[in-house]
Design a protein around this ligand. Structure first.
Ligand SMILES: CC(C)(COP(=O)(O)OP(=O)(O)OC[C@H]1O[C@@H](n2cnc3c(N)ncnc32)[C@H](O)[C@@H]1OP(=O)(O)O)[C@@H](O)C(=O)NCCC(=O)NCCSC(=O)/C=C1/CC=CC=CO1
Length: 275
C-alpha cells in the first residue's frame, strides 16, 4: 500500500491547513506561513482526501483555497525533500509523484467549483494547485513560478503540461514550464492565467462577490459545465457534441431549468436549488 495514506479518508484536522465550512463555502487555508505554506507529504495527501470527501457532504457550493501570511504556497517542502525524498528508492518516488498527481485529479474531478486566492507567491506545486483551480483571483502582489526545471526536474509536474497549454496556449506554457521563471500578476494576467486581477486591498470584496455568485447560482449546471470542460478536452467534435447533447437533455429535466422560465414569466430572479 502507498505510504501516502491513500485509502484512508480525511477525517480530522490537518496539520498543514485549516478547514471549515460556513454558509456553503468550504475554506481550505494553508497554515504554514513561516515556510510560505510549503506542502509536506501529509499536506498533499490530506488535501486529496479532503477533496474526495467534500462533494459527498452536500452542504458545500464552492471551495476557496488560500494561504495564510504572505504567500499562496511555495510548493513542496524543501526540508522534507532534502531529508526524505532524496533518500527514497525509485518505487517510493513513484508512489509520491503519483500521489501528488492525485491531488490535481481530485481538484479537476470535484464537482464543486474551486477558487484559488493568490497573493504573494504560488511556486512549484503551489502554482499547479492554482492552475488546477477553476478560478484564480490574483492580487497585484501575486506571482507564479512553475519552477520545476530550476530544481532540476521536468517542468511538467502534477499535470501542468496537460493543463497549462490548454489554459494559456502551447507557446506561453513552454516559456513558463521550460524556463521556470517567476512572473508577476500583470504578466500572468496578460498570459491568461488570471481570472480576476485585483488590487491587494480589494481581494476580499472581489472574492466575496465571486463566491456569492457561485453559492447562489445553479450548482448542478456549474458541476456539469466543469465536468464537460474537463472531459471534452480530448474528445473529437462529434463525441463532444453527443456528450453535450446528453448533458443538456438531462439538465432540461431539472427543477432549476423549470424555475428559470417560471421566474422569467413572473418577472423575478430565479431561486436555484441545485437539482
Ligand atoms: C521563490 C521562493 C518561493 C520565495 O522566495 P522569498 O520570497 O525570497 O522567500 P524566502 O526567504 O526564500 O522564504 C521565506 C521562508 O520560507 C521558507 N521556504 C520557502 N519555500 C519553502 C519550501 N518550499 N519549503 C520549505 N520552506 C520554504 C524559507 O526557507 C524561508 O524560511 P527561513 O527564513 O526560516 O529560512 C523561495 O522561497 C523558494 O525558491 N522556495 C523553494 C521553492 C521550491 O523549491 N519548491 C519545491 C519545488 S518542487 C514542488 O513543488 C513539488 C513537487 C511535487 C512533485 C514531484 C516532485 C517534487 O516536488
Amino acid at each position: 500500500m502507498s505510504p501516502f495514506r491513500g485509502s484512508i479518508p480525511f477525517t480530522q484536522e490537518s496539520t498543514q491547513f485549516r478547514f471549515n465550512v460556513a454558509d456553503q463555502v468550504a475554506n481550505i487555508t494553508f497554515t504554514r506561513p513561516d515556510k510560505l505554506n510549503a506542502l509536506t507529504f501529509e499536506g498533499y495527501a490530506d488535501l486529496r482526501d479532503l477533496l474526495h470527501e467534500i462533494p459527498s457532504r452536500g452542504d458545500v457550493r464552492v471551495i476557496v483555497l488560500r494561504g495564510e501570511g504572505t504567500a499562496f504556497s511555495s510548493g513542496g517542502d524543501v526540508h522534507e525533500i532534502i531529508g526524505e525524498l532524496l533518500k527514497m528508492h525509485s518505487h517510493e518516488l513513484l508512489d509520491f509523484t503519483r500521489m501528488t498527481g492525485e491531488v490535481v485529479k481530485a481538484m479537476r474531478e470535484c464537482p464543486v467549483p474551486i477558487v484559488a486566492v493568490i497573493h504573494g507567491i504560488a511556486a512549484g506545486a503551489g502554482s499547479v494547485l492554482a492552475l488546477a483551480s477553476d478560478f484564480r483571483i490574483v492580487s497585484r502582489s501575486g506571482k507564479f513560478a512553475f519552477l520545476f526545471t530550476k530544481v532540476g526536474l521536468a517542468g511538467a509536474d502534477m499535470g501542468s503540461a496537460y493543463l497549462l497549454p490548454r489554459l494559456i496556449g502551447l507557446g506561453r506554457a513552454t516559456q513558463l514550464l521550460m524556463l521556470g521563471d517567476t512572473i508577476s500578476a500583470e504578466v500572468a494576467d496578460k498570459f491568461g492565467l488570471v481570472s480576476v486581477l485585483v488590487e491587494d486591498e480589494e481581494i476580499e470584496s472581489q472574492l466575496n462577490a465571486l463566491v456569492h455568485r457561485l453559492v447562489e447560482g445553479p450548482a448542478f449546471a456549474y458541476a456539469q459545465t466543469k465536468a464537460l470542460l474537463s472531459r471534452e478536452l480530448d474528445m473529437s467534435l462529434s463525441g463532444a457534441l453527443e456528450l453535450e447533447a446528453m448533458t443538456q437533455a438531462l439538465l432540461m429535466t431539472t427543477e432549476d431549468y423549470a424555475e428559470f422560465y417560471k421566474a422569467f414569466s413572473e418577472k423575478r430572479a430565479p431561486t436555484w436549488k441545485g437539482r
